[in-house]
Design a binder for this molecule. Structure first.
Ligand code: NAI
Ligand code: HPV
Length: 351
């Protein structure tokens, strides 16, 4: 897929300073596993030391041939999972860079066992995702799509909004309050929402600094919330964290927004809560299996869907590509990486 808003940015970094190691006679081999169809951003950053191969893989099998030659990988999201099978094919890989925040599509533990450093790009599109979450909340609550559809069909259907609640004074619960959760909290406060979060890993006192409240358990969060927006990462602990029991604890007429990862929400439980009327609606940028294969969600009148695009802006996407290529450059040259996610990568950082 080609980035529709892509192109070469004006502010690409200068060529490497002359005290860097001399480029090798035999260039490194960087494989971009999926998604990209042009390396116009990556080549100016890596071209003096590496050849870039766009594998265009849509399944792990597609990577079987190219992987043994890789000195580094840039991984997007189209390959469903970079598992042990793929990692075992890497013979001299100096590092894997996930071009994005969530690295749940890479078996990081297996990479660790093999001593392969893994890094991500955690800082390129938090504001876009927060904007997207708020947009979805507003669209669901203010019934944007039914209104729009009615007009498209020739109507001017005022009753479509009857029953819409006032936003100010309601409570938004955030599951996870890291970069994106915090950015969503700040936006929600500007709308007059009371914000509460559940996040077992953020430091005490964080809530005061942000001007929000903290719930001590997921149950407490759901019980206090009219609306819930999901912003944690996907791991074993957060898989199906949003389940039937917790949805039932939400105030009636609630709305669930998920811009994080589909499997954090039990999709069956969500559909039941929508169909029973307990939930007034949902906004989903991510679903359990992508692309969406469930017609009940696709055609649901109170669900707003987008195809995993919350991160996207022209500027954010270019920033992510540039930061990914710069990280690969550091790994290839044996320099400390900027954003290590496993111990093998952290070991390259000075103490
Ligand atoms: N839809 C999209 O386009 C995008 C989605 N994402 C997703 O959003 C997630 C969050 O991104 P950031 O805020 O940048 O990450 P972050 O690492 O800054 O924040 C994640 C927060 O979730 C918390 N957390 C982890 N497990 C939890 C649990 N079981 N319960 C409650 N909180 C928990 C962590 O303590 C952390 O504070 C990413 O991991 C990624 O999956 C990220 C970028 C774009
Ligand atoms: O950066 C992230 O984590 C994202 O979700 C961005 O989208 P992707 O995962 O690349 O489909």
């Amino acid at each position: 897929m080609t980035d529709p808003g892509g192109g070469i940015p004006d502010d690409l970094p200068d060529l490497p300073p002359s005290d860097e190691p001399t480029p090798m006679a035999e260039p490194f081999h960087v494989i971009v596993t999926d998604f990209l169809t042009e390396a116009d951003v990556e080549r100016p950053i890596l071209g003096d030391i590496a050849r870039i191969h766009l594998a265009g893989a849509v399944s792990e099998d597609d990577l079987a041939g190219p992987l043994p030659t890789a000195d580094a990988l840039i991984v997007y999201h189209d390959v469903p999972m970079l598992t042990e099978a793929s990692l075992s094919r890497l013979k001299h890989c100096k590092g894997i860079v996930r071009a994005g925040v969530g690295y749940n599509n890479i078996d990081v533990d297996e990479a660790q066992r093999r001593g392969i450093p893994v890094c991500n790009v955690p800082d390129y599109g938090a504001e876009e995702v927060a904007d997207h979450a708020i947009m979805m909340l507003l669209a669901v609550i203010r019934r944007l799509l039914p209104s729009h559809e009615a007009i498209r069909k020739g109507g001017w259907d005022v009753p479509v909004v009857y029953g819409v609640p006032r936003l100010r004074g309601r409570t938004l619960g955030l599951v996870g309050c890291g970069r994106i959760g915090s950015a969503t909290a700040l936006r929600a406060k500007a709308f007059g929402l009371d914000v509460v979060f559940y996040d077992p890993h953020v430091a005490p006192g964080f809530e005061k600094a942000l001007g929000v409240r903290r719930a001590s358990t997921p149950e407490a969060l759901f019980e206090q919330s009219d609306y819930v927006s999901v912003h944690c990462y996907l791991d074993e602990a957060s898989h199906h964290l949003v389940n039937a029991d917790r949805l039932a604890r939400m105030r009636s007429g609630g709305v669930l927004i998920n811009t994080a990862r589909g499997p954090i929400v039990d999709q069956e439980a969500l559909i039941e809560a929508l169909d029973s009327g307990h939930l007034a609606g949902a906004g989903l940028d991510v679903v359990e299996r992508e692309p969406l294969d469930d017609d009940r969600l696709r055609s649901h009148p109170r669900v707003v869907l987008t195809p995993h695009v919350a991160f996207y802006s022209v500027e954010g996407f270019l920033e992510m590509r540039r930061k990914s290529a710069e990280e690969v450059r550091r790994l290839l040259l044996g320099q400390p990486p900027r954003c290590p996610v496993n111990e093998a990568a952290r070991r390259l950082c000075p103490a």
